[in-house]
Design a protein. Structure first.
Length: 89
């Protein structure tokens, strides 16, 4: 999978990251504070899915594209690591 867009909004996260020596991408991917529902949708069904989401007052954000292989890479950086926040420990 190739990730092109990370799900976050606002400049407050970027300001916090800069002030505290973090990368925004690392906070979004591994920080554990934001929750998103992630799904794969074929290109031929994307418009239909976006319309269905809009009918419910929601919006779909296209994060990237599935590719062959098990790796997850960012289009602007290194391979995304299999790590993150461990909940309920």
């Amino acid at each position: 999978m190739r990730i092109d867009t990370l799900p976050y909004s606002g400049s407050r996260l970027a300001r916090f990251a800069t002030q505290n020596g973090y990368r925004v991408d690392d906070l979004v991917l591994y920080g554990g504070e934001e929750y998103e529902i992630v799904a794969t949708i074929g290109k031929e069904r994307m418009e239909e899915a976006q319309q269905a989401a809009a009918a419910m007052g929601a919006k779909l954000l296209v994060l990237g594209e599935t590719t062959n292989g098990a790796r997850v890479v960012s289009s602007n950086g290194p391979e995304i690591q299999n790590k993150g926040w461990v909940h309920l420990t």
